[in-house]
Design a protein around this ligand. Structure first.
Ligand SMILES: [Zn+2]
Length: 444
């Protein structure tokens, strides 16, 4: 029996059904779950004094391309729109191999962990030179983060009218075979699962209609979730209208890509009817505000989505279009961006944090995560509000207005992954060195 006691927190933002905020209380972690919350708890395990700290559920990242942490701030892609940006990066990504996938995933996940993230999905849609989804799963397991990798895919290359070069696409039969392999090998559907696999053809502009439909059928057969990019910007809408004769929402619905087991990244350009469709079908959205700003895609109508009842989570998106992977900073950006569009009362700091915690957990089908309640998984972030980021704050629990974007402690499934701001499970300086070496090799 392993126990940790987080004691005397200034505030615990529970994100439970009543959104309770507790002052001066403790959280007892036992065997991976929250065993008790209240004042003056006792333990025979380790005690973590949390006076001067705000405690939240671990943040949930619903969209990422971890491999892209090896291609941050690439000069040719710094100022391009989505399609031009992709065309700059595809030839570089084509040189990746298994080690690039492993190291970049571990760096990307460690960066997320330091920013309070305990559960991340990943969308890996290219597999050059022997790279496999297995490489990223090994990286997450070693680091100790809860992981929802998705087996992405691209099958329509340039010669067939798609966007990616032919060297980066795979045959659709091979894609479906590998989807089956990774689900059968790695997917754990149980409560407290540390690894759940999803199926994720990259986007309507890089796979066929058949693969979209087949992936949906396979996901339902296996009981796993579906994920892709949708309605990201104006070019994306124009492509859908020109190629498919319909808007992205219709395309998704026709191919079985709506429902509580589906979540789409971006959805910047969903119209009112599409928002209603997503609300009615409980189809989830990964909102990626920094990436949307970085690529000039626009402001996703998150206020309208939330008001309609669409499940919304937060995603940092790939590190080539962010170019950061700080999930706490992303939550702040989500709050700010809605205010740009709709005014200062469009989204509160509490609501943005809710989207980043229980909102994301619900999008990923994880009601056992994203809130601090008895029996829920002990995925917990401890934020030190005694430092300069919060100095002078009248309300340190309003973390997104004034507060740190790096955690002091982080627990995943009751295991301490970050202690006093340092990753405990891997030699991070060594991994950063390795990452920089690989990036230099890719620059050729
Ligand atoms: Zn993406």
């Amino acid at each position: 029996m392993t126990e940790h006691l987080i004691r005397n927190a200034d505030t615990i933002l529970t994100m439970d059904a009543g959104r309770r905020e507790l002052v001066g209380e403790d959280i007892l972690i036992r065997d991976g779950v929250v065993a008790a919350i209240g004042p003056n708890l006792a333990t025979l395990g380790e005690v973590h004094e949390a006076r001067g700290c705000v405690v939240t559920p671990g943040l949930v990242n619903t969209h990422h391309h971890l491999y892209q942490s090896l291609t941050r701030a690439v000069p040719g892609g710094q100022d391009a729109l989505l399609f031009g940006w992709l065309k700059t990066l595809y030839p570089i990504w084509a040189r990746f191999g298994p080690e690039d996938m492993f190291v970049s995933a571990q760096i990307g996940l460690a960066e997320l962990a330091l920013s309070g993230c305990t559960l991340s999905s990943d969308h890996l849609y290219l597999y050059p030179n022997g790279a496999r989804l297995d490489d990223t799963i090994a990286a997450a397991a070693e680091l100790g983060l809860r992981f929802h990798p998705t087996r992405g895919a691209m099958s329509i290359g340039e010669s067939a009218g798609g966007l990616p070069p032919d060297t980066l696409v795979e045959g659709e039969a091979a894609i479906l075979d590998d989807m089956i392999r990774v689900v059968d090998t790695f997917h754990d559907a149980g409560e407290g699962s540390m690894c759940r696999v999803g199926l994720a053809p990259c986007s309507p502009f890089s796979v066929s209609r058949d693969l979209m439909r087949d992936a949906a059928l396979l996901a339902r057969d296996k009981g796993v979730m579906l994920h892709t990019h949708l309605a990201e910007n104006d070019e994306d809408i124009a492509y859908s209208l020109a190629q498919f004769g319909c808007r992205p929402g219709q395309y998704a619905e026709d191919l079985g890509w709506t429902g509580p087991d589906v979540w789409h990244a971006h959805c910047v350009k969903l119209d009112g009817a599409e928002i209603d469709l997503f609300a009615r079908t409980r189809t989830g959205i990964a909102h990626c505000p920094c990436s949307n700003c970085r690529l000039g895609s626009g402001i996703a109508p998150v206020r309208g989505m939330r008001d309609a009842g669409v499940p919304v989570g937060l995603g940092v998106d790939g590190s080539a279009s962010n170019d950061s992977g700080n999930l706490m900073a992303e939550a702040r950006q989500a709050m700010l961006l809605q205010r740009v569009a709709r005014g200062a009362d469009a989204m509160s700091a509490r609501e943005a944090l809710e989207i980043a915690t229980c909102g994301g957990a619900d999008v990923l089908g994880r009601p056992d995560c994203g809130r601090l309640e008895l029996g829920k998984r002990a995925d917990i972030a401890v934020w030190d509000v005694s430092g300069i980021d919060s100095a002078g704050s009248w309300n340190p629990a309003a973390l997104l207005l004034a507060g740190p974007t790096r955690v002091r402690h982080l627990f995943v499934e009751g295991r301490q992954i970050v202690r006093d701001g340092q990753i405990t499970t891997i030699d991070l300086p060594r991994m950063i060195e390795r990452q920089n070496r690989l990036a230099r090799a890719l620059m050729g």
